[in-house]
Design a protein around this ligand. Structure first.
Ligand code: ADP
Length: 490
């Protein structure tokens, strides 16, 4: 099969969060299974160009209609750790992708609507007829709309579209002018309950809803989250739409890329180890402490890695730091937020804890350091208010780092409580709490810390159980292949 991924992130070249890992990891798995995969991305100025091999211009004069003009674009091609990637660079005064950051501008809907139109125009002009176009999140929600209402009639009648929802909190709710920008010139037709009209604001359009309505199949990133967005307020207004299209909707747990995340071969950690050499892990704990100037002492090291977004339970993360320190543990945090207020509050906390030899807060994005933390920590805390899938708990488990998580979305699907799970003991792999409040978090941390001290052998079993789980792309890769085959035949 020929599959084209249209996305706004791909690890490690343009990564903000888990979406990037999914685009890279799934593409790789699909290639391993004998498919041909290409990825179309914006050409951001702030990408990690050091991860692109052989970058060269592949298409000179791509003219993309936008409002009443044509925007001249160049398309570049390069390999990102073996994946074939095309990067679209518009030459216009809007400077859509030369902003120094990926997201967070007022005209984001316009920037990515343009990207959708450009990606299709590029496929048309370069005679690509993929079997499947797989697009992701609200930024690419217009791809199936444009494909089936414009490009199909220009010759692209073959492709089918799979659309993956990574986070319903962000839906691309915007004004109807975007429709005109990309050439969808019948506002009355599109601003309609059955199509793109936002379910809350009747005068707005919802780009994610467009993707759901027009795609041949819609997935989200875990079965737990699939249920939550249909049946709880985590659907943020799209519940009804997901029910209406329930026949073509399902949750598939993300995988992680074991070529990147594997303590046996990880080149970012000083000591490689596996289940049979678990004691070697503690060399990494020592190295982590050494690097972050923490004291070497007999105590558990608890970590947090991730975006410092409201979704992640920012107050609970802060509480976890103090609870850990008050209970004889060390704490290492690696995270950042696009919200300057949240970043500042963590900087303030960092300043406050600066002289504490048991705590280090690293405010920023650091891929290499994240590997050492996964390898060096004993536990990772993930107190998310909601979590579509969550990769950090799965990565942590592969490194024998025991997750302490809130029971939501993909966290609930992957972490099974040491004390209360109904799974057999050899399948329990962490600690889970229900209530997103201090008491809930403390109850789970208390049990985990207590186990580390009082029953080290049992704690070690939890580590090993986590390492044994197969959270690779193998199973999800097969699920996606089944979906692609299914929609091709329809
Ligand atoms: P989300 O997609 O909501 O950000 P996920 O758990 O799905 O959360 O994915 C997070 C990914 O981003 C993981 O690979 C994690 O290691 C990585 N990550 C998040 N924040 C940082 C950071 N500050 N430095 C390095 N890696 C990070």
């Amino acid at each position: 099969m020929f599959i084209v991924m249209v996305a706004t992130e791909c690890a490690p070249v343009a990564k903000v969060g888990g979406l990037a890992d999914v685009v890279f990891g799934l593409s790789r798995e699909l290639e391993v299974r004998g498919n041909s995969v290409e990825i179309i991305l914006p050409k951001y100025d702030c990408m990690r160009y050091d991860h692109i091999c052989g970058l060269q211009e592949a298409f000179h004069d791509l003219l993309v209609p936008f409002y009443d003009q044509w925007i001249h674009c160049s398309v570049f091609f390069g390999f990102v750790h073996g994946r074939k990637c095309f990067f679209i660079e518009p030459h216009s005064h809007n400077n859509f992708f030369n902003r120094g950051i990926y997201y967070g501008h007022q005209d984001d809907p316009e920037r990515f609507a343009f990207f959708c139109r450009a990606a299709l125009e590029f496929m048309l002009k370069s005679n690509k007829q993929p079997d499947i176009i797989h697009c992701h999140d609200w930024q690419t929600g217009l791809v199936p709309v444009l494909l089936f209402d414009i490009y199909k009639y220009l010759g692209m009648s073959h492709p089918r579209v799979c659309y993956t929802l990574h986070n319903l909190k962000h839906q691309g709710v915007t004004g109807g002018h975007i429709l005109r920008a990309v050439g969808l010139n019948r506002p009355d037709y599109y601003v309609n309950q059955d199509r793109l009209q936002d379910n809350f604001n009747p005068s707005a359009i919802n780009l994610m809803k467009g993707g759901i309505v027009y795609s041949n199949f819609v997935t989200t990133v875990s079965p737990g989250y699939a249920w939550e967005i249909q049946n709880t307020d985590l659907g943020y207004g799209l519940n009804h739409t997901l029910h209406v299209h329930g026949q073509k909707f399902g949750g598939i747990l993300n995988g992680i890329d074991y070529d990147v995340w594997n303590p046996e071969i990880d080149c970012y950690i000083p000591y490689n180890y596996g289940i049979d050499t678990l004691d070697v892990k503690y060399g990494n704990k020592e190295a982590l402490r050494h690097r972050l100037l923490l004291r070497q002492d007999f105590k558990p090291l608890i970590s947090y890695i991730g975006r410092l977004d409201h979704q992640k339970g920012v107050d609970l993360i802060k509480h976890a730091i103090f609870y850990a320190l008050d209970n004889g543990c060390q704490f290492v945090l690696l995270g950042s937020s696009p919200d300057p207020g949240i970043n500042d509050s963590f900087r303030h906390l960092k300043h406050h804890l600066n002289n504490n030899p048991d705590c280090h807060l690293e405010i920023g994005y650091n891929e290499e350091l994240s590997h050492l933390i996964y390898a060096g920590a004993d536990m990772i805390v993930i107190p998310s208010l909601f979590e579509p899938c969550g990769l950090t708990q799965m990565i942590a488990m592969k490194y024998g780092t025991v997750p302490i998580v809130r029971a939501t979305g993909g966290l609930k699907d992957t972490v099974f409580d040491a004390d209360y799970s109904d799974k057999p003991y050899n399948e329990r792999n962490g600690y889970v709490f229900n209530d997103a409040n201090r008491e809930g978090l403390e109850s789970a941390m208390h049990r985990a810390i207590g186990m580390w001290h009082a029953y080290p052998q049992y704690f070690r079993e939890l580590m090993v159980n986590g390492m044994r789980y197969d959270y690779s792309w193998n199973h999800p890769g097969q699920h996606y292949m089944n979906i692609y085959e299914y929609i091709r035949e329809k």
